[in-house]
Design a protein around this ligand. Structure first.
Ligand code: SF4
Length: 328
């Protein structure tokens, strides 16, 4: 049975930053909209659903968890803690900014059974970070990653592609650096232009052109294997297709099945390399058993691509092959 997380989105309504891509609204007087009661209810609902929560986590998403006031943060953690203590969940994950972790705060997280700390790094290029109003530096990213690892947490890293001032080479450097800082999991988010953001103003004024979907897929198809083949699973590619995103989306490479597109692109390139010196006809290619549909491409587009060129691809699964590995 697949495990489930109890996920809570914890907006930090008092964020002092103004990242170019963020549509967080101005301060509303409340620090966050999530209460300890919400934590209890979400956890209980997940347990009552009968899903496997014992291997899941209570997850506080939102990106600025450790910037909350100490009382607010500990109240949320205290509401989650009993569910970990009694074994209903395996742990707690939080996400925060690289400049909002310290020995002190990490020690506190440890006391409440937090197991995973995700850092919204976005880039390791100081010029890109500065241009996008992130308010932290590459050194903050490196220090935070090393601190999180030193305290024994699983380290999740989040990076973006297509930010103003960034390039494909820059994104690949970011991935390599995040790997060298000890990432355990990664999330990759192509930059989207949301209404009401500084980036929207730049886009509307013609000062910023987002990646096209094809460009984002091509770059992510280089980044994802970089992480995966270094033992770092990419646990998310692209933002969830929630209604608020669709309503606020002005431009950018959004696709609800971005992961399938990216994985399909990786397999397509590898199959092309495998077949380029082979004659047309029928070819059997082996991929990981769980990845047969990824290898076939989104809506079977990889098979169709080869068929156009006179190749009929037969895919077969082998449990021993990992994501992106092929044999033929
Ligand atoms: S993305 Fe930037 S502006 Fe938005 S909440 Fe996070 S730190 Fe604040």
């Amino acid at each position: 049975m697949k495990h489930v997380n109890a996920a809570l989105f914890v907006p930090f309504l008092g964020c002092p930053h103004r990242c170019s891509f963020c549509d967080q609204k101005a301060i509303t007087g409340r620090e966050t909209t999530v209460t300890p009661q919400d934590v209890t209810e979400v956890a209980q609902t997940a347990i009552a659903s009968g899903a496997d929560t014992k291997h899941g986590q209570i997850a506080f998403f939102g990106g600025s968890f450790t910037m909350l006031r100490r009382e607010t943060m500990t109240a949320l953690l205290a509401a989650a803690f009993p569910f970990v203590e009694n074994g209903a969940f395996a742990g707690i994950r939080i996400s925060t900014r690289p400049d909002a972790v310290s020995d002190d705060v990490l020690s506190l997280l440890k006391r409440y059974c937090v197991t995973t700390v995700e850092l919204g790094c976005q880039s390791t290029d100081d010029a890109v970070l500065q241009r996008n109003g992130r308010g932290h530096t590459r050194a903050d990213v490196e220090n935070a990653c090393r601190l999180v690892k030193a305290h024994g947490f699983e380290l999740g890293v989040q990076m973006m592609t297509g930010l103003p001032g960034d390039s494909d080479a820059g994104a690949l450097r970011t991935a390599d650096e995040l790997l060298s800082f000890g990432a355990d999991t990664a999330r990759i988010y192509p930059t989207l232009v949301l209404r009401g953001t500084p980036l929207a103003a730049d886009y509307l004024a013609g000062r910023y052109a987002p990646q096209t979907l094809d460009e984002a897929v091509a770059l992510c198809a280089k980044l994802a294997p970089r992480f995966e083949e270094n033992g770092v699973p990419v646990i998310r590619l692209g933002l969830h297709a929630v209604a608020s995103l669709r309503n606020n989306l002005l431009a950018g490479p959004f696709h609800p099945a971005l992961r399938e597109l990216v994985d399909g692109a990786v397999y397509l390139e590898r199959m092309q390399n495998l077949l380029h010196s082979r004659p047309q006809g029928v070819h059997t290619i082996t991929v990981g058993s769980r990845f047969l549909s990824r290898a076939a491409g989104h809506n079977g587009r990889n098979k169709a691509f080869f068929k156009d060129k006179g190749y009929t691809i037969r895919l077969q699964g082998d449990d021993a092959l990992r994501l992106y590995e092929i044999r033929g």
